[in-house]
Design a binder for this molecule. Structure first.
Ligand code: BJW
Ligand code: ZN
Length: 245
């Protein structure tokens, strides 16, 4: 099912960079944002994942995040996450750039992870910036407050907000240096993450997309493999490196 070009490029690559999106966690039971069975059906992400939404109705936004935290705390990585973790074991320089905030790559054993959009399990104070890694799953009757009195928010990146600068710089550097770049389970519409595969391509990487459907970058990548990442990735690491998931 894989082209000889893909297999040979992956075998000889010393630098592989992977960009993941919500589709990679779909088979774990985490709904996606967009796409066929995109989720959070009642709300579009633009309506809740923004500073303005939070300021105008912090309780509603907090309830959405609490609901998602509870859901994420109950799910497990799927074979796609595990295949990427094993890929890191065998590739000389491997970097996983993720837009996902669910932490499932780390649970699966990935180590070099650049979380572009933060982590949903962490809180951050809107006044002093203090981060709280042991935040409650539930929002409770009163909105979470910092010890300085400031309102806490989920430590994620909303629309209109800057991505963490150092992490973003590292991601672009990795994309520039990649020999093979895999864009997996992302609709490739949210910037600046969506430009990473194109930056890699411009700098000579062999760029492969794995998705259930085509995306705005499909016509610009070297190959698109249509299907579920939880099925394709284990087969791919099996064929390239003989790894069994
Ligand atoms: C499967 C599968 C299976 C399903 N196997 N596949 C340049 C041009 C135009 C606009 C902009 C621009 N630069 C900046 C912007 C504005 C904006 C933006 O990009 N808007 C576009 C929507 C038009 N970007 C920003 O605001 C960013 N900030 C920024 O750039 O700051 C500088 C700046 C500020 C102001 C002005 C200009 C510049 C911040 C973006 C933050 C995104 N945040 C969210 C929420 C995070 C917190 C949370 O989780 O609540 O991040 S939104 C949401 O989308 C989330 C995701 O990480 C992100 C991407 O979604 P993803 O992962 O691609 O998921 P889906 O659902 O879209 O797609 C799933 C895919 O999987 C589908 O394709 C399925 O087919 C597939 N799939 N099952 C394989 N089993
Ligand atoms: Zn504070």
């Amino acid at each position: 099912m894989f082209t000889p070009d893909l297999i040979s490029n992956m075998k000889r690559a010393a630098r592989i960079v992977v960009l993941t999106g919500a589709g990679v966690s779909a088979e774990s039971g985490v709904p996606t944002f967009r796409g066929e069975d995109g989720l959070w059906k009642k709300f579009r992400p633009e309506e809740l994942a923004s500073f303005d939404a939070f300021i105008s109705n912090p309780r509603l936004v907090w309830e959405w995040y609490s609901y998602r935290r509870r859901l994420i705390s109950e799910v497990k990585p799927n074979p796609g996450h595990y295949a990427l973790a094993r890929m890191e074991d065998v590739v000389e320089n491997f970097c996983l750039v993720t837009q996902n905030v669910d932490g499932l790559h780390r649970s699966a054993g990935s180590r070099r992870i650049l979380e572009l959009h933060g982590n949903i399990m962490r809180n951050r104070c809107m006044e002093c910036g203090r981060k709280d890694e042991s935040a409650d799953l539930d929002v409770g009757d009163r909105l979470p407050r910092c010890r300085c009195g400031g309102l806490m928010r989920p430590d994620v990146v909303w629309f209109g907000e800057m991505l963490p600068q150092e992490i973003l710089n590292s991601a672009f550097r990795e994309a520039e240096e990649a020999e093979v770049f895999l864009s997996i389970g992302t609709s490739a519409v949210v910037q600046p993450a969506a430009s990473l595969p194109l930056v890699a391509k411009r700098n000579g990487a062999y760029v492969v997309e794995i998705n259930m459907e085509s995306t705005p970058i499909t016509s610009q990548v070297d190959e698109t493999i249509l299907g579920k990442s939880g099925e394709i990735l284990p087969r791919l690491v099996g064929e390239v490196w003989g790894i069994e998931i």
